[in-house]
Ligand binder design. Sequence first.
Ligand code: ADP
Ligand code: ASP
Ligand code: MG
Length: 443
Amino acid sequence: MCDNRDSLKVVKFGGSSLADAEHFLQVKAIVEAEEGRRYVVPSAPGKRFPEDEKVTDMLYECYRLADEEKDITPVFDRIRERYQQIVDGLGIEVDLDTEFTNIKWAISHQAGRDYAASRGEYLSGVILSKLLGYHFLDAARIIKFSDNGKFDSEITNELVGAALGRHVHAVIPGFYGSMPNGTVKTFSRGGSDVTGSIVARAAGADLYENWTDVSGFMMADPRIVKNPETIDVITYRELRELSYMGAGVLHEDAIFPVRFAGIPINIRNTNRPEDAGTMIVAEANDSADARKITGIAGKKGFSHINIEKDMMNAEVGFGRRVLEVLEREGICFEHLPSGIDTMCVVVSTKDIEAIKDRVIDEIKKEVNPDSITLEDGLALVAVVGRGMIKSAGSAAKVFGALANAGINVRMIDQGSSELNIIIGVDEADYINALNAIYSEFMS
Ligand code: ADP
Ligand code: ASP
Ligand code: MG
């Protein structure tokens, strides 16, 4: 990271960082604290307190009502009220009436689900650009998806780069872009993180700061493990493993644009700007880090197909034929641990649930196994650490911890990079498994 306080930074603020007028003012103070914070990517206002509603959720609800040809007014007015309170609290002049009239008309006239959802970020952007005195750049004009719905990274990089070149300071709303025909399209939930990364790459930033409500990436989900330690430095690859496995701080696709450009990400806390947060980098200097694992994450909701057949190892094309069945059914596999005469395919339960009998029948037809079973209720836990490759005994520690806690391991997979160990346990054991592994490595 460049130490120059005025190096170019793209700053993204999450929903909790923009939940009300006080937070908008805090955001302004953070942006203005450094000259280099020239491009700002806001999310839609999130929850102010645990039972509160996120603006994005309310917008999805408006879309659902409109789609069922019901009146959206009650929900829509709650959204208008949220923004009105913010604008009033900031004491700035923004013509929300015109914005809300246009948005309500569009949502009620089939502008689409993604359009509805995107208005949360759009309105945050309009307000924040006014508050900061920064130019407003509508993401729909510069962030592009192709006809098949995939994000078009190269065209976007050119368009965003050209637009930023015309403005020293700008606010670019997160979460959405547009299709070639101009229809608004969003990334998946949490996608403002992706926008921030895209803007950082196009700007050639020195740093992508991602401001949220925790002081960095913690070694485990703080909602599951009590007071987990914050990670000081993590590599892109470790982060990808952890965020893919459910560590929700950063969207799982957010690293791609910045990794391409070699730009580090710094996770920071809007409520505690004095904390250094977590640095996400290409390569870490490990001499300072004696810790053997970097973090733990996990997800519930997996199923495993277990296939057994004597001499499977000698049957050329066995694995391919099994996977071709999944391919034909449009199912991705998550893991593929296998033995000499056994093969296990881990898939997401929601992907296979409705078609499981058909999939099993097709596999039987294709490979004629001695036995095949499908079991649900599997949770996956990923233990991730660049240090594991150098330190003998990490796996022993993981399995020792689980055995001591009386947890039965249903599946094991270790990536060839030795960066991670994936363990499958019963969903009922999920929380205990995370806690047992965490305490083993931290004691
Ligand atoms: P934002 O609204 O700023 O995008 P998110 O809610 O998407 O914030 O992400 C931050 C939240 O991620 C934290 O409040 C925390 O509850 C959750 N979280 C899950 N796993 C972790 C982890 N390993 N470290 C830190 N926070 C985590
Ligand atoms: N507002 C969107 C969501 O709630 C995107 C984001 O917050 O990053 O998913
Ligand atoms: Mg988020």
